[in-house]
Design a protein around this ligand. Structure first.
Ligand code: CA
Length: 253
């Protein structure tokens, strides 16, 4: 058993089923958050960043499929649909919208737990273990050498800037709340120090944009936080911006 408990968000409007989920997930060592409407599910997904979502389709406000659609706009968190709708159409629609798995009610709790474990494994199998480099567009961070290249040019970052950039890179494409970022980069004591974040994000942006011909990587999500746009593993920009600042040290070929 790992020390680090995975958090599972249960979106289910029927109290008895929610209770069954809560008890069996808790017994299996997961941290459980519950809600009974789709909108609250979307909100909590953004707020608590669960490791997995168990989602009912028939909800009193918005449909579970709408929840999938909205969450998938900014998150790849595993979603298991758990619903009485056994119609194949509903299953395939949910999967097409980005659900990872489907289990129909009534369900066997052991089967559900096995599905949860499998989806959590899948979600954590991808990261950086084999790859000491984090790459997004023309940003390349070498974790072993503690070195960052922007558009093929080595650029110096302060330790905090480096940590912040690393956090953005490991979560590129995901919406990150102010508190997520502050907690992960500065620690719990600074969870409300929004000013730190603004200053550092501005510094990061300046360095990145100066070196990448003004490419915007860090997007502001008003009132929520930031998102690093995922630009894939493209090679360096063919037309590097000419640097006039002392920050960067062009790697002369
Ligand atoms: Ca329902």
């Amino acid at each position: 058993m790992t020390q680090n408990k995975n958090t599972i968000l249960v979106v289910e409007d029927e109290l008895p089923i929610r209770r069954v989920h809560a008890i069996s997930l808790d017994m299996a060592g997961y941290k459980v958050m519950e809600c009974d409407t789709g909108r609250e599910g979307v909100r909590l997904a953004a707020l608590i960043r669960p490791d997995l979502i168990l989602l009912d389709l028939g909800l009193p406000d918005i449909d579970g499929k709408e929840v999938i659609k909205q969450v998938r706009e900014w998150s790849q968190v595993p979603i298991i649909v758990c619903s009485a709708r056994i119609a194949e159409e509903a299953i395939s629609q949910a999967l097409e919208l980005g659900a990872d798995d489907y289990i129909s009610k009534p369900f066997n709790p052991d089967v559900l737990l096995a599905r949860i474990r499998a989806n959590l494994r899948k979600a954590t199998a991808i990261p950086e273990v084999h790859n000491p480099e984090l790459v997004n567009g023309c940003i390349r961070m070498n974790l072993n050498r503690h070195e960052v290249q922007l558009n093929g040019v080595k650029v110096t970052f302060t330790p905090k800037e480096y940590e912040l950039l690393r956090y953005f890179l490991t979560h590129s494409g995901k919406m990150l709340t102010h508190r997520d970022i502050l907690k992960s980069v500065w620690g719990n004591a600074h969870i409300d120090d929004m000013q730190y974040l603004r200053v550092y994000v501005r510094q990061l942006r300046e360095k990145i944009e100066r070196q990448t011909g003004g490419h915007r990587y860090i997007i502001t999500e008003p009132g929520i936080g930031y998102r690093m746009e995922s630009k894939g593993e493209t090679s360096t920009d063919p037309k590097p911006a000419t640097s006039t600042q002392g920050e960067s040290r062009p790697a002369k070929a």
